[in-house]
Write a new protein. Structure first.
Length: 155
């Protein structure tokens, strides 16, 4: 009986030493990433390409040689790098063009000026683009003019 009394007294002393008034440090709520951070945190990889000819025909997922390797990388300092892409390889500058920071303008070599809509996807459209059509051996067989629509996912 003496053992049970000592055990009960010990448990009561431990419980009494715990106070419900101990301050609890709240876990800080993380700051959501900025639009620039979201845009620059990962490379963007081509998801789909649609080409609408000026005659009105739509060519879904046009096979543009090498398009499966297209990548766009935005950097927080308003520069970026294109790999493949319709604008070619190399560096570009970028800026948001609206207050909501959902439209992104890319300028490459001072003359290629292209605007994307950016949220969880990156979507862009290039009107009046002429593409050279090639056969299976890579020989030119004609051209087609229309609007190229691109959609990119984050890698």
């Amino acid at each position: 009986m003496k053992k049970y009394f000592l055990l009960t007294a010990f448990a009561a002393a431990v419980l009494a030493s715990c106070s419900k008034d101990d301050p609890v440090t709240p876990t800080p709520t993380p700051t959501p990433p900025t639009k620039t951070e979201l845009l620059a945190q990962k490379r963007w990889k081509i998801k789909s390409v649609t080409f609408i000819r000026t005659t009105g025909d739509t060519l879904q997922n046009v096979r543009i040689v090498g398009s499966e390797n297209w990548r766009v990388q935005f950097k927080a300092d308003s520069t970026g790098i294109a790999t493949g892409t319709i604008m070619g390889d190399g560096n570009f500058t970028w800026s948001f063009t609206n207050a909501a920071k959902t439209a992104v303008r890319i300028v490459k070599n001072g003359n290629f000026n292209y605007t994307f809509e950016a949220d969880s996807l990156l979507r862009g459209s290039i009107p009046n683009l002429t593409l050279t059509l090639v056969d299976g051996s890579g020989n030119p067989v004609g051209t087609v003019t229309g609007t190229l629509n691109e959609t990119y996912n984050r890698e």
